[in-house]
Design a protein around this ligand. Sequence first.
Ligand SMILES: Nc1ncnc2c1ncn2[C@@H]1O[C@H](COP(=O)(O)OP(=O)(O)OP(=O)(O)O)[C@@H](O)[C@H]1O
Length: 583
Amino acid sequence: MEWAKDIPCKNINIHGYCKYENKGCAFKHDFNMKDNQTPPSSASKLLNAISIKTSKKFNMGSQSFKPLKKKFAVSASKLDNIPVFVPSTIFKPSSSSASTLSRYIPIVGLYAPVTTSATSATAVSAVSAVRPELFFSQPIQYHCYAPAPPPHFEMPIEPYQRNPQSFFLDNNLRESLQKKNEATNQVLPNFGGLPENIHIYHSLVLLDNFNHKVNLKYYGVPSSLYKVYSNYDGNVYALRRLEGFKITDEKSISSIKAWSSLKCANVVKLHEAFTSMAFGDNSLFLVYDFYPLAKTLKETHFGDSTGALPVQINEPLLWNYMVQITNALICIHEMRLAARSLSINKIIVTNQGRIRLSDCGTFDIIKYSRNNNLIDVIQKEDILKFADIILTLAKSSLPAGTWNQENSILIKFLPFSENFKKNLNILYAMAQSEESSLSQLKLFASDISLYAMKTIDYLQNSCDFMESQLSKEVENGRLFRLVTKLGFINERPEFDHDPSWSESGDRYPIKLFRDYLFHQVDSSGRPVLDLSHVLTCLNKLDTGIEEKILLVAPNEQNCIIISYKELKDCIESAFHDLSRYSN
Ligand SMILES: Nc1ncnc2c1ncn2[C@@H]1O[C@H](COP(=O)(O)OP(=O)(O)OP(=O)(O)O)[C@@H](O)[C@H]1O
């Protein structure tokens, strides 16, 4: 190819380089201005420079970058002064966690307070667990929702009319669910002190209070509770750690198998137990279902570190708790198990009036015994603890100075009905009786069935309310899909020259309808932001009614009268065409 050696390679002009240079390309690659040949354009120089650099580190100071800088310097004389983006050092996922935990990476709060010591980090996570709103920094987009106006501001409407709020989830329910979601997704930067992962769990957030290390009384060893993510299924769990606990009998851990098969609405499900050295010591871990923003009975009725006002105890609430604990204990005792960890510290309130035993299975491991006959004794202890819980809550209605009196005296002076006092005494008597705890609990359940009815009534009302809220969201989901369809269809530059989208085309009404829906202006040209208009029109469109509307082009030169049914057909056909081309 001798004839080609003086002809400049076109690849250099087009691409800035030739990938066949020195690999058989016969054209000339070595440009020399003296040869009077066309030099490579500055664009090809730029491409050349970048392509050379791709194999090396991209560096503003590198030689190949310099000529470009001169060119840019004309329009951007202060290139050197462009501020360099320095990523926040608050959250640095370690390479190990990134590689092992790549499947589920939770949302990270961007503005978590910077602190360096492990103790303060623990404190931060402890406070943030209790007051997530103080530390979680991606605030809910409240501007998407306007709170319901105070009753005296509400527009009087006819019974057959509806206001926009009634189309969406109840404000209080939405807010409470959003807070729970925030608490569930909350992740704090790890400043050290906490392992990156334990077994298949990662992103630990401490749920316990500050003095968790000092409280050795309950388990005999320090304990703590964390919110964790599972790397296996991406779900959030509550992970209880018992520090420095040595397993003496291997069978003790397998004893909790039965717990994982227990299904009871008043017991927090235990998933697994294992030991790990992740904290640098022998620790026992138990994995439970996680309930965001749950508080213990003690925190709810005697106050917590957030300063929230304790909920006052009253008799209906006590009956409600009695019914639920009875249900939990019957479920547990039926499986030849015992709750054991039964105290106002270990029962959590997961919704208003909804309680769950949160610490089942722990003592089955730490006080493991191969003696199966012990279960009857331990079940009896459950009943005694049950009675103590109710009395502890009930006596909060008496002056604190009297709380140390004998149980029988306290019960006598409780400001509640005789029936309540009688049943509390029955509970104490059950704990002393020789009869099996299960048969006694069942008898007790039938004694308090009238109150169980009240609980059932409350729960059914609550179910009905939730279902009605859910059905609204089903409707909203339907409208969301319709809006998505419109979004897919409208403003596609590739349709610009398609005659069907022109002013005489059959797709044109879709465009006008979008303007009719979202871009209306009032008589003085100001935008109209009317949610009711959008909701009404979308519903009419989705139903495809015969009602006709007048669609006017923004320049007011064209107008179309079209029915919702015809519009719906237009949209369906446009979407159908689109989906034929999508992959
Ligand atoms: N499964 C769970 N899901 C969500 N939060 C939980 C769960 N179990 C407990 N909690 C909450 O975690 C916090 C700590 O619970 P824990 O059982 O350690 O109680 P505690 O009062 O700190 O008891 P202790 O005195 O033994 O430390 C409490 O606010 C409790 O409501």
